[in-house]
Design a protein around this ligand. Structure first.
Ligand code: B1M
Length: 210
C-alpha cells in the first residue's frame, strides 16, 4: 500500500497519531504536499462524508476522522502555504442569532475543511450583519447559517437581507441547514441552497462556487 493510501485508510479509521506520522513520512519521502492533501487526507475525509450521508457511520466517527485530519494538516499547512496551494474558497459559518446549538455547525465546518474550504467560524448566536462583516473581511464567497430552533431559523432570512443590503447578492452565496430547516424554507427566504447534513453541505458548497 502506498503512503498516501495508508494516510487515507488511517484517517477513515480516525487514527490521529498514525495519520500525523504517515504525513511526516510522506513529507520526508518528498511526496508533493498537494498530493498528500488531495490523495491522502481529503480522499479519506471524502469517504467518511459519503458513509455519513448513507448512515453507515455516525457523528462520533466523523468527529474522530476530522481530528485525525487536523493532526495531519498541522504538518501540511505551512508546506501548502509555501507551495501556494489555495483553498477552494472561504466560507463564514455560524449558528444564527438567538441559537446556541453548535454541534451540527461544527460538524459542517469540519466537513467543509475536509473538502478543501477555508472555514471562518463565527461561533454561536451570531448577528446577521456580523456574518456579512466577516465575509467581507475574509473575502469569503459563501456564508453558512445553522439553526436548530423553529424560533431562530427565521433569522436566516436576515442573513440573506444583509447580504443584499451590502450589495453582495450573487457574489456571496448563502447556504443554510439545521434540523428544522427545509428546502422549501430555503426557497421561501431566497437562500442560495440548503443541505440536510454535513457531508451534503460540503457538496453544496462546491456546487455553489462552481
Ligand atoms: Co436544544 N433543542 N435547546 N439543546 N437540543 C433541540 C434542537 C430540540 C429539538 C429538543 C426537543 O425539544 N426535542 C428543541 C427544539 C424545538 C424546536 O424548536 N422545534 C430544543 C430546545 C427547545 C432547546 C432549548 C430552548 C431548551 C430550553 O432551554 N428550554 C434551549 C435553547 C438554547 C438556545 O439555543 N437559545 C436548548 C439548549 C440545548 C443545549 C445547550 C442543552 C444543547 C446544545 C449544546 C450544543 O450544541 N453545544 C442542546 C441539544 C444538544 C439539543 C439536541 C438534543 C441535539 C442537537 C444536536 O446537536 N444534534 C436537540 C434534539 C435532537 O435533535 N434530538 C435539541 C446533533 C447534530 C449533529 O445535528 O444540529 O441537526 P444537527 O446538525 C446536522 C444537520 O441538521 C445539518 O448537518 C448536521 C450534521 O449532519 N446541519 C447543517 C446543521 N447545520 C447546518 C448548516 C448547513 C448545512 C447543514 O449549512 C450551513
Amino acid at each position: 500500500m502506498s503512503v498516501l493510501d495508508e494516510i487515507k485508510e488511517n484517517l477513515i479509521k480516525g487514527k490521529a497519531k498514525e495519520v500525523k506520522e504517515l504525513v511526516d513520512k510522506a513529507i520526508k519521502e518528498n511526496v508533493k504536499p498537494v498530493d498528500i492533501l488531495n490523495k491522502g487526507l481529503l480522499a479519506g475525509m471524502g469517504i467518511v462524508g459519503e458513509r455519513f450521508k448513507k448512515n453507515e457511520v455516525y457523528v462520533p466517527e466523523v468527529l474522530i476522522a476530522a481530528r485525525a485530519m487536523k493532526s495531519g494538516m498541522e504538518l501540511l499547512k505551512p508546506l501548502l502555504a509555501k507551495a501556494g496551494v489555495q483553498p477552494l474558497a472561504t466560507i463564514v459559518i455560524g449558528t444564527v442569532k438567538g441559537d446556541l446549538h453548535d454541534i451540527g455547525k461544527n460538524l459542517v465546518g469540519m466537513m467543509l475543511e475536509g473538502a478543501g474550504f477555508r472555514v471562518v467560524d463565527a461561533g454561536i448566536n451570531v448577528e446577521p450583519a456580523k456574518m456579512v462583516e466577516l465575509a467581507k473581511e475574509n473575502n469569503a464567497q459563501l456564508i453558512g447559517g445553522s439553526a436548530l430552533l423553529t424560533t431562530t431559523m427565521t433569522n436566516m432570512k436576515s442573513i440573506v437581507e444583509e447580504v443584499k443590503k451590502a450589495g453582495l447578492a450573487g457574489k456571496v452565496k448563502v447556504m443554510i441547514g439545521g434540523a428544522p430547516v427545509t428546502q422549501a424554507f430555503s426557497d421561501e427566504i431566497g437562500a442560495d441552497g440548503y443541505a440536510p447534513d454535513a457531508a451534503s453541505a460540503a457538496d453544496l458548497a462546491k456546487k455553489l462556487i462552481a
